[in-house]
Design a protein around this ligand. Structure first.
Ligand SMILES: Cc1cc2nc3c(=O)[nH]c(=O)nc-3n(C[C@H](O)[C@H](O)[C@H](O)COP(=O)(O)OP(=O)(O)OC[C@H]3O[C@@H](n4cnc5c(N)ncnc54)[C@H](O)[C@@H]3O)c2cc1C
Length: 471
């Protein structure tokens, strides 16, 4: 890098040292766009050779593979704003109406397929018909689920005591059987929280279920990328950053951040020091801990107490089509969610399925051969057409620190965007957004950090209104 980060105003004169955003995941990209849109001169520094952080793609022969299947919901208004901002919304559309096929591998033939869906009726009636006909639960269990959902809806998300409580325990106290937890609460909760109910904070779980299922009839309609994630979070994001005037440097790892004698921030990268008035640190919590200057947080060691949770993806390429639907969720099997990635991956013959296995603590380090022996027969149990099909490729992707662990009490450990150090802000899905570690949380955190920074700089924040109205 040769240029400095001096911004120039309408007069063409330098206007201070501008902003440096550290970390090119969704949080950092959002912060960089939001700052640049307000006229701040921004440099975005990313250690890896690409943008997108934890949501990225790579090449395996002719296949373009996502490191992990990502979905979002209609209620993820910040991520939807992000998709619009990078002109990628049409590439990651939402279902018209929530419809999740749920296959129970252990049910009798003819009773294996259940569905979670919604009608256009107002909340909570929008789910009533689907619940009443959900054949993976008994009549009594369905009635109890309905009562627990109403109790959940009545919880006050602003009550900090909720965060210390255990969601699994709360479900048990509200009459939920083990089967109801497996076939309904965990089916949704494990995929969104990356933890089973017994390992989850009631506050975060209530937030997810209230916002997704009990706020607006369409809130839980599911969206996912029909193109590789890299096309959105790297290619299109890069294009948006370029046209906003952000200078983006990949393969550029920040090694330290310190205040210099001019009262500005010195951001150190190999071979160079960048000057900045504003720094947004949009890196994972452990890296943030290591880079934060002394005194920036009251109790920086708390960042290290935020646990992490793994996600495993199992990728299988068959020589023929074995699944007719775009995706399904499974019960009675170690398989959790299965997506058809054929078109998105560029595969020309056969079918490519990606199995998304959340809260994968028990199998994240299993050898590929063990996982192959476990999952191929399971897919044959769930999908009869897979029995005669040839497996052309089988591989796995492992993200050991995919999300922060949403354990009870984690809320106290998550800092907000502002630090004690003037001009230094935090962003990342793990910061205090109120959301679990999702793309939504990442985008919200990036916008929050930009809002705080622009306020301190006395810069306009009106352009963030559109975002906040959407959010
Ligand atoms: C397998 C998997 C499946 C998931 N599924 C979903 C899903 O279905 N729906 C959903 O909403 N979310 C999902 N998530 C979570 C979602 O991907 C993350 O919450 C989100 O992408 C986090 O974004 P971020 O910007 O906060 O952090 P990150 O993506 O971690 O970005 C931080 C960036 O900082 C960079 N960095 C670190 N240190 C430095 C340094 N010193 N200098 C420069 N750069 C540095 C890193 O390289 C990285 O690019 C999933 C995650 C995984 C891994």
């Amino acid at each position: 890098m040769s240029e400095d980060t001096q911004p120039t105003g309408a007069s063409g004169r330098p206007e201070g040292a501008g902003a440096v955003v550290v970390g090119g995941g969704l949080a950092g990209i959002t912060a960089a766009l939001a700052l640049a849109d307000a006229g701040v001169r921004v440099t975005l520094l990313e250690g890896r050779p690409r943008l997108g952080g934890l949501a990225f793609s790579f090449q395996r022969g002719e296949l373009t593979v996502d490191n992990g299947q990502h979905v979002y919901l209609r209620c993820c208004t910040a991520y939807r704003w992000f998709l619009d901002r990078i002109e990628g919304a049409s590439l990651a559309p939402l279902q018209d109406r929530l419809d999740v096929p749920v296959l129970d591998a252990e049910a009798k033939p003819g009773r294996r397929l259940g569905r979670i869906g919604r009608s256009a009726l107002p909340v909570p009636l929008h789910l009533a018909r689907s619940l009443a006909t959900y054949q993976h639960l008994s009549l009594a269990e369905r009635a109890k689920v309905g009562r627990a959902a109403l109790a959940l809806k009545a919880l006050d998300l602003d009550d900090p005591a909720l965060d210390d409580q255990n969601f699994g325990q709360w479900l048990a106290e509200h009459g939920q059987s083990e089967r109801a937890v497996e076939a309904l609460w965990d089916l949704v909760g494990v995929a969104t929280l990356n933890a089973v109910a017994g390992d989850s904070s009631l506050g975060l779980a209530a937030m997810v279920f209230k916002t997704g299922l009990l706020s607006d009839p369409g809130a839980a309609d599911i969206g996912w990328a029909r193109v590789p994630l890299g096309e959105l979070h790297d290619t299109l994001a890069r294009k948006a950053l370029d046209s906003a005037g952000v200078r983006t440097e990949v393969r550029t790892r920040v090694t330290s951040i310190s205040l210099n004698e001019n009262g500005r921030w010195s951001v150190q990268v190999p071979g160079e020091t960048l000057d900045a008035d504003t720094v947004v640190l949009a890196v994972p919590q452990r890296e943030a801990h290591d880079l934060l200057p002394a005194g920036a947080l009251d109790a920086p060691e708390r960042l290290l107490e935020i646990g992490t949770a793994p996600i495993l993806n199992v990728h299988v390429v068959y020589d023929r089509k074995v699944l007719a639907r775009p995706f399904f969720a499974a019960l009675g099997s170690p398989v959790q969610w299965v997506f058809d990635r054929t078109d998105a991956s560029g595969l020309r013959e056969g079918q490519y399925l990606a199995l998304s296995q959340s809260a994968a603590q028990d199998e994240i380090d299993e050898p590929v051969a063990v996982l192959r022996e476990r999952y191929l027969p399971e897919l044959e149990r769930l999908l009869p057409t897979a029995r005669g099909a040839e497996v052309k490729d089988f591989f796995v992707t492992r993200e050991r620190t995919a999300t922060f662990a949403p354990t009870p009490g984690v809320g106290r450990l998550r800092p907000g965007a502002r630090t004690r150090a003037p001009g230094l802000y935090l962003a990342g899905a793990w910061t205090a957004t109120g959301w679990p570690a999702t793309m939504e949380s990442a985008v919200r955190s990036g916008a929050g950090a930009a809002r705080a920074a622009l306020g301190a700089l006395g810069r306009p924040r009106d352009h963030l209104l559109a975002f906040e109205e959407a959010a």
